[in-house]
Every structure is written in structure tokens, then in C-alpha cells.
Design a protein around this ligand. Structure first.
Ligand SMILES: *Cc1c(COP(=O)(O)O)cnc(C)c1O
Length: 481
């Protein structure tokens, strides 16, 4: 496919900017560019076709089933986008006086109250722009808390081996040493190993529950107690709250800090690098350290306040405001019972699919799963030479996005499936049938799977090449890099 730069024809552009409706200001010469940017010039129909062509080359949740484990690629109600497009929300400026933006402050205030209720936390910030960014913020809160108590020997963060990769990365980015604890037979945290790992150098534990194996750790109260007794704090990675919202609360499980990916569970489309929100909630003892500003309600309405020992800003202004707004609309339209139903359906759908496959695929950790489950294709690979990658790629030929592959790392030839609550029984049945068909194919014609997908525009891209030698800008001169 040709790039827009290659389709460009001089003089073919059309005006897209509205005419000026504010007084014209001249910028200082030092801020002006010396030459015009080399933007592609295309007529409107050509641009429209260009983007449609691009869209056809990929697979989104509007194209079909998208069971990406740990990523919660669910369908999001369009109403939330409609609300986020209202001019009263899109036209507001972050530097506007709070008295003139009371509605927006109320959105932040209400979203904080509702999400605190859902998580069992006391306060929340919406500043972080992604899950990993929320983790970073949350662990800085833990650090600030230990520092405030002059407890400076706590240099280690404990992370189970089933953790999402961002957890150890966060602990290390915030200056901590990462201590790995293995999982036990059932996929939960090995308690004996945890007891061995904690000590007076433990700053905290980072945990996802249910974890990335889709398993709810039944020892959770004991786990958080062990860490608290050692003087550490508990961090809950709530990137996916799909399995438990309205059913169980991290605050009641003994967690002190939690981050939520509003761009997973709470209705902002996820993926593609769009704006996200890694909202961070905490118990009251950590509230004084939260990033500034926070919205408070006084007798004259809503205003901004700086927590007394704030760690400062982690992003400009108030985070991705429209993402928070979508989360609020989602919570208000579903209501308490609706949110709970969403979680129950997410768990039901995952178990339904797991049952529909478990006689022909090996489930890594059998038993009841939560919102996702993990298959291990190790035996299939030994028997037929067909890998998790082959099975995943084959699904594309049936118009379905593959599940997450080769994660979590502790499962060999892993396929991690999260159907989400928004899929109908018919879609789940179809997905089960497809995976069964691929399994049968693996036995009779394994070679055909090595070359899948056959019917997509893009087949097997060179993933290593793309990661190692990304081509990120257009080379106008056509030579060199
Ligand atoms: C997605 C995810 C993250 C990271 O979130 P980003 O917004 O991608 O940074 C962290 N933990 C878990 C369990 C996740 O699924």
C-alpha cells in the first residue's frame, strides 16, 4: 500500500482549519519555522479512501471477536463517546478559572467517588495516562510514605512470577530491587516463598488478583497480611477490573494502593496508542502524597487543592479528562447492579469458552477461572509441530483476532483468552468451533497452519524486524535512513 506521502500531489490539498475567530497574535520570530512542513497534499476523497484502506488492513473490535487476554478489548457503548464529544467538555481549556468549569470538576469529583466505592479506596487521582504510568505513580506513593516515616531501608518490591511485565518494570523504574516469588501448583502466590521473601527491607508487594492466569488467589487476605506485618504496603494492579467490579474490592483484600485502566474496564477503547487513564486510588494514609491538583468540594462549589505532601505532577493538568468522563458515563448508565452483572458475565463467558475447549486443548491451570484463562499448547507442539503462534495466526483466517500469545511467561506455548462480557453466546460458540476446527486441522494438515493466515491483507509480518529496526519517518530523499 502506498503511503500518503507517496500519493501526495502538489496543490491538491484543501483547507481543514476553520477561519480565525480570535484576535490574531504574532509569534516571536524565534518560534517560527523557517520552511513549510512537508505535509502530504491530497484531495478529500483520496484521504477518505486512504484511511478506509488502512482500516481494512487491521482488525478492531468492530470487525469481530477480539479475545486478547489481560487487555480487555471489549466493545464500548457508543453513548460514552457521544457524551465525550459534547462541546461543553471538548471546548473547555485546562487553564480556565475553576468557577467557569464547574461541570468538568464535578465529573472528576463524581468519578473519584464512584471508583473509590468500587475499589474500596479513600482517594483517587486521574493524572496518570496509562496503566504503567499509574503503577509508577502508585509506587511513588508507597516510597513517599516510607520516606515520611524515615523508614529508608525498604529497598525491595515483591512481584509474583505471574505478574504483568509492567510490574517489575515499574518497581525497577522507581528505584527498587525486584524480588520474584514463584507461583504454587494452583497458580497462586506460593505462601512459603512469600514468607521467606519479606523482611524489614520490604517496601511492598505488587499483585494482580485475579492474576494473569485468570485465577483468583484464595489466600489473598493471608498474602496482604504477611506483607503488612513485615511493614510493607500492598499494591493492586487493577488494570483489568472486569472480573471483580461490584463483587469484590481490593480495599477489602488488604490493598493500600490500586491503579485502574479506565481504557480497559471502564469503557474507553483500548489499543492503538490512543489516550488512556491509569487512575490511582489509595487508602487515607497515602492521600497526602497524591499528585496535585485534586478536586475538592467546598460550600462555593468545586475547586482544586494540592495535597499537603504531594509527590507533584505526574502529567500536565488533570490527566486525560475525556477518558475519565467516559468512565463516569459508563458507571452511571450501568449502575451498581449493571457493573456487577458485567463482571459476572465476563467470568461466565470465560468459563463457558474454557469448558468448550478443555477436552481438546490443555488448560494451564484447570479449575474455575475468572475473566480469562490460559491454554498451554506444549503437547500440541510436541505431537504435531503446531505452535501457539500457528493457532493464533490461523484464527485470523476466520475473521477473529488471536488471543494473547506467549504470556504469561510461566506457561509454555501459552494462549491467553479473555472473551469479555460484551460477547454473545453465539460469538463464543463460533470462536469455540473455530478453535476446535484448527485443532483438528493441526492433526491432519499441520503444514497448512504454519503458513496461516492466508486470507488477510497482511500475513505474517516480520515482528522482530519491526521491533528492532522500526521505520518511523518517511524518507523524502529515498536514500539512506
Ligand atoms: C494492561 C495492563 C497493564 C499496563 O497498562 P498500560 O495502560 O498498557 O500501561 C498493567 N497490568 C496489567 C495486569 C495489564 O493487563
Amino acid at each position: 500500500m502506498k503511503l500518503s506521502f507517496e500519493k501526495s500531489k502538489n496543490g491538491r490539498s484543501f483547507p481543514v482549519l476553520p477561519s480565525l475567530d480570535v484576535p490574531k497574535k504574532d509569534l516571536p520570530g524565534s518560534l517560527l519555522r523557517k520552511s513549510a512542513p512537508r505535509l502530504p497534499q491530497m484531495a478529500q476523497p483520496d484521504i477518505s479512501r486512504h484511511y478506509t484502506e488502512l482500516a481494512k488492513r487491521t482488525h478492531g473490535v468492530n470487525d469481530g471477536f477480539y479475545p486478547l487476554g489481560s487487555c480487555t478489548m471489549k466493545y464500548n457503548p457508543k453513548l460514552n463517546d457521544e457524551m465525550a464529544a459534547l462541546p461543553g467538555f471538548t471546548g473547555v481549556h485546562p487553564l480556565q478559572a475553576p468557577e467557569t468549569a464547574q461541570g468538568c470538576l464535578e465529573v472528576l469529583f463524581m468519578a473519584e467517588r464512584l471508583l473509590c466505592e468500587i475499589t474500596g479506596m479513600d482517594a483517587m487521582t486521574f493524572q496518570p495516562a496509562a496503566g504503567a504510568h499509574g503503577e509508577f505513580t502508585g509506587v511513588l506513593l508507597i516510597k513517599a510514605w516510607h520516606d515520611s516515616r524515615r523508614d529508608s531501608n525498604r529497598v525491595k518490591i515483591i512481584v509474583p512470577d505471574s505478574a504483568h511485565g509492567t510490574n517489575p518494570a515499574t518497581a525497577s523504574m522507581t528505584g527498587y530491587e525486584v524480588i520474584n516469588v514463584p507461583s504454587d501448583q494452583e497458580g497462586g502466590v506460593d505462601l512459603a516463598e512469600l514468607r521467606r521473601a519479606v523482611g524489614d527491607d520490604t517496601a511492598g508487594l505488587m499483585l494482580t488478583n485475579p492474576n494473569t492466569l485468570g485465577i483468583f488467589d484464595k489466600n489473598i487476605l493471608e498474602i496482604t497480611r504477611i506483607v503488612h506485618e513485615a511493614g510493607g504496603l500492598n499494591y493492586y494492579d487493577g488494570a483489568n477490573l472486569n472480573a471483580i467490579m461490584g463483587v469484590a474490592r481490593p480495599g477489602d483484600m488488604g490493598f493500600d494502593v490500586v491503579h485502574l485502566n479506565l481504557h480497559k474496564t471502564f469503557s474507553t477503547p483500548h489499543g492503538g496508542g490512543g489516550p488512556g487513564s491509569g487512575a490511582v486510588g489509595c487508602k487515607s494514609q497515602l492521600e497526602p502524597f497524591l499528585p496535585k491538583p485534586r478536586v475538592v468540594r467546598g460550600k462555593d462549589g468545586f475547586s482544586f487543592a494540592t495535597p499537603e505532601r504531594s509527590i507533584g505532577n505526574v502529567k500536565a493538568f488533570y490527566g486525560n479528562f475525556l477518558v475519565t468522563l467516559r468512565a463516569l458515563v459508563y458507571m452511571l448508565t450501568l449502575g451498581a447492579n449493571g457493573l456487577r452483572d458485567a463482571a459476572l458475565n465476563a467470568v461466565l463467558n470465560a468459563n463457558y469458552m474454557m469448558k468448550g475447549l478443555s477436552d481438546i486443548y490443555d488448560v494451564a491451570y484447570p479449575g474455575i477461572c475468572m475473566h480469562e484463562f490460559v491454554l498451554t499448547l506444549e503437547n500440541l507442539k510436541k505431537e504435531c509441530g503446531v505452535s501457539a503462534m500457528d493457532v493464533a495466526k490461523s484464527m485470523l483466517d476466520y475473521g477473529m483476532h488471536p488471543p494473547t500469545m506467549y504470556f504469561p511467561l510461566i506457561v509454555k506455548e501459552a494462549l491467553m483468552i479473555e472473551p469479555t462480557e460484551t460477547e454473545s453466546r453465539e460469538t463464543l460458540d463460533e470462536a469455540i468451533a473455530v478453535l476446535r476446527e484448527i485443532r483438528a486441522q493441526a492433526r491432519i494438515a499441520p503444514d497448512s497452519l504454519h503458513s496461516a493466515p492466508r486470507h488477510t491483507v497482511v500475513r505474517r509480518p516480520d515482528e522482530v524486524g519491526a521491533a528492532r529496526h522500526p521505520v518511523l519517518k518517511y524518507n523524502f530523499d529515498g536514500v539512506g535512513d
